[in-house]
Design a protein around this ligand. Sequence first.
Ligand code: TZP
Ligand code: MG
Length: 219
Amino acid sequence: MTARLNPGIYGILTEKFSRGRSNIQVAQEMVNAGVTTLQYREKPASKSMGEMYKECVAIRQITRDAGVTFIVNDHADLALMVEADGIHTGQDDLPLRPLRKLVGDMIIGRSTHSLDQARQAVLEGADYIGVGPIFTTQTKEGVCDAVGLAYLDHVAANIAIPFVAIGGIKAHNLGQVVSHGARTVCMITEIIGAEDIKATIQGLQTIYKDTSAKLYQAL
Ligand code: TZP
Ligand code: MG
């Protein structure tokens, strides 16, 4: 069975932040550099469903060949049609219990911004939660203010399912996020907005590994 959430770097594809590169090119570069999970996050305002479907078919192939978990944001139809590993939903998206009936054993992720939302997601059967925005970000429209590291601490202490930290995470604060208990870390613009995606991911992996090693030595 596919792991419900891999530790490591969770990347997200959104073409408007990718410096003119295609989602498929960026997916290949991210997978080559060793992201453990890749999410496709496009909105119908930016691309037609037909175009999104074609991209997801190609990205499914790239991720399958590399053994990387592939998650589709928002669109259960798309996730099912391309045999993605999972679907990621926000607070205003499809409700979790009916969604579970539709997608069966597929991984379901849920974005959360408070401990109440996290507990609700667990109750309703999410496989993992998103925790954020940890820091201020311009990447997601209409998102709430930064929840800070305090919310991450609460989740690490109180929530029994896997979680991914997200929002404003960069090389300079990644160590802090890992020190506060995140084993999976998502970065959008830090990675896909970088000139050299591979070198950037390698630098982030070094910070992730060094911080984790120190953390577990100290225990
Ligand atoms: N959900 C919470 S914050 C966020 C999403 C999708 C955007 C994170 O983007 P970035 O560029 O890593 O700050
Ligand atoms: Mg959504």
